[in-house]
Design a protein around this ligand. Structure first.
Ligand code: FE2
Length: 147
């Protein structure tokens, strides 16, 4: 017998399954970093975050991704999409620099690096929330045009 939600996940196409699995992984890593890490653990967590985030941004920017869908539904949001796209570059660069700092830092530097990592998580979550809002607003705009 199928568990609730199981049937729908079986009906999802491979791309959707991969995106959802990636989101779950992203959420798990962000929670782990936000809760605090031990010295020596942070570089591994940040490196894994870098891999997951690269996939995540690629999906958002790619064919049928969030940006393309919003751009089609709500062309007036084009400038906002470009700003979010630039934020992807900035977040990627910031994370790469943070990874290097965590990898090369001593145990004495850990608390400061951990604090920076938490700041990064907060900015990334804010970015994601704005994307979600934009997506939902564009959907409402699309539905509104059906009136
Ligand atoms: Fe994004």
């Amino acid at each position: 017998m199928e568990e609730p939600g199981q049937a729908s996940s079986q009906q999802q196409d491979p791309k959707t399954k991969r995106i959802l699995a990636n989101h779950r992984r992203l959420k798990k890593i962000l929670s782990h970093i936000a809760e605090g890490t031990e010295y020596g653990e942070l570089p591994t967590q940040l490196a894994e975050l870098g891999v997951v985030l690269a996939d995540h941004f690629h999906d958002e920017e790619g064919d049928d991704g969030l940006f393309e869908v919003v751009d089609e539904r709500a062309p007036q949001c084009h400038a906002t999409i470009e700003k979010l796209r630039q934020e992807h570059r900035a977040l990627t660069d910031e994370l790469a620099e943070l990874c290097e700092t965590a990898r090369s830092g001593s145990e004495d530097d850990h608390a400061r690096t951990q604090e920076r990592a938490m700041g990064f998580v907060t900015r990334l979550k804010d970015h994601e929330e704005r994307e979600t809002r934009l997506f939902l607003d564009s959907w409402c705009t699309d539905l509104g045009e059906m009136d």
